[in-house]
Ligand binder design. Structure first.
Ligand code: C5P
Length: 413
């Protein structure tokens, strides 16, 4: 099942000021429309030196607004009309000069005029700076950025890295996909604002020798989606990930591990610093009793080597048994092949956690969609089948709803 378009029903003004990063704005408009938004592009004269309005019109499906003297507008007030039905204005790229204009409240061309004349309560302003590293580091720019922030704008980036001028440093505009993710996160309700969330995700890898090991098919997608959804909801998120090939969600602190023991060693000291613990990792139940130093070779006898296993620690149960003042609110996952609810309920009791999320393991491994059933002391609740990120957002809302009735332990306590 495809993801719900995260920017459905959103109308965005994308403003381009002059800079080489204008080439990324073409891709940004495409990403935003793919995510369901309608986009009105506004360009400064400098921006038209870097990319043509023709390209931006073709990508947005709307005539690009270029001037405050546009007589095609019946009231001749493009600067008013364009922002009144917009859900946000995103200036990308925002040049040093344009940020200076915003800081001073100048309004001598359409884009800055539009930013100044926007209804700030209903039409927030986001800016994605793009400039040479010396321009970014200059005290004047830093002063202007601080002023723009203080006036209520959200500053996205900039990133560090290679610059068009050949130098390397801070000032690159974020990539189109990163900006689109920032926009999607911006519009999510801040249900977990100020909260701290710890998530485990992915499989573990239990080494047999230097080249082999025991692992499983967990892709980590559900856990990564939960980490992303919690971060979008305003939480500070730490993600402890087994070996997976997934990009780190924006704003999430990621710690990579291999084995169950390593996962436990990382999770335990962090547990007391987080208010919520969501254990999605498919932790291997057993590991080899010992790891041989060298690769195990066939000895010609035809007999396989004996592989002695020992049980791994149960990370979720260990965290759930911590003293109350160090214990986060715990959510477990139960990936089952059958009788999901029955097994989930057994795990609820065995692990001593307030919420277990059941799903059909083999049917969901590696896929983008899932079916979840929430099992707690009060009963069962099935979430509508859907994309893992959509489900993760629903789960975050359910966690927040269950926790809002509790007095949360402060992380410093
Ligand atoms: O023990 P079982 O695999 O049936 O339960 C699954 C839940 O317990 C998941 O939330 C999983 O992340 C967690 N778990 C764990 N450590 C283990 C085994 C499972 O944290 N060793």
């Amino acid at each position: 099942m495809p993801a719900q378009p995260a920017l459905k029903d959103k109308h965005l003004v994308v403003g381009l000021s002059g800079g080489v990063a204008c080439y990324k704005s073409a891709e940004l408009v495409r990403e935003l429309t793919r995510a369901g938004a309608t986009v009105q592009v506004v360009m400064t004269e400098a921006a038209t030196q870097f990319i043509t309005p023709v390209t931006m019109q073709a990508l947005s499906g709307r005539t690009v607004a270029l001037s405050q003297w546009d007589s095609s507008q019946p009231n001749n007030m493009a600067h008013i009309n364009l922002s009144r039905d917009a859900d946000a204005i995103v200036v990308a790229p925002a040049s040093a000069d344009f940020i200076a204009k915003l800081a001073q409240g100048r309004a001598d061309e359409l884009l800055s005029l539009l930013c100044l004349a926007r209804p700030s309560l209903t039409c927030p302003l986001l800016v994605a700076p793009a400039m040479n590293r010396e321009m970014w580091a200059h005290p004047a720019t830093q002063r202007n950025v601080a002023q723009v922030r203080a006036d209520g704008a959200t500053v996205l980036g900039p990133a560090a890295g290679d610059q068009a001028c050949g130098e390397v440093g801070d000032g690159r505009m974020l990539e189109a996909t990163e900006l689109c993710d920032e926009l999607i996160a911006f519009f999510q309700p801040k249900r977990l604002a100020g909260r701290t969330v710890l998530v485990t995700a992915g499989p573990t890898f239990e080494a047999i020798d230097p080249v082999r090991g025991i692992t499983n098919h967990s892709s980590g997608k559900m856990g990564f989606a939960i980490a992303r959804a919690a971060a979008e909801a305003g939480a500070k998120v730490t993600l402890v990930a087994g070996p997976v090939h997934l990009p780190t969600p924006r704003g999430v602190q990621r710690i990579d591990v291999q084995s169950a023991q390593q996962m436990l060693d990382v999770v335990l000291p962090l547990a007391g610093l987080h208010e919520v613990f969501v254990a999605t990792a498919a932790v291997a139940d057993w590991r080899p009793a010992s790891i041989t130093e060298h690769k195990i070779k066939k000895d010609g006898s035809g007999r396989p080597p004996a592989l002695a296993l020992v049980e791994n620690p149960d990370i979720l149960a260990t965290v759930a048994r911590l003293p109350e003042d160090q214990r986060p609110w715990c959510v477990g996952f139960a990936a089952e092949s059958h009788d999901v609810v029955q097994h989930a309920r057994a795990k609820l009791l065995r692990k001593g956690v307030p919420l277990i999320v059941g799903n059909i393991g083999p049917a969901t491994f590696g896929r983008d969609d899932n079916t979840l059933v929430l099992v707690d002391a009060a009963g069962e609740q099935e979430l509508p089948p859907g994309d893992k990120l959509d489900l993760a957002r629903l789960l975050v809302a359910e966690i927040e709803r269950r926790m809002s009735s509790l007095t949360l332990r402060s992380p410093e306590a």
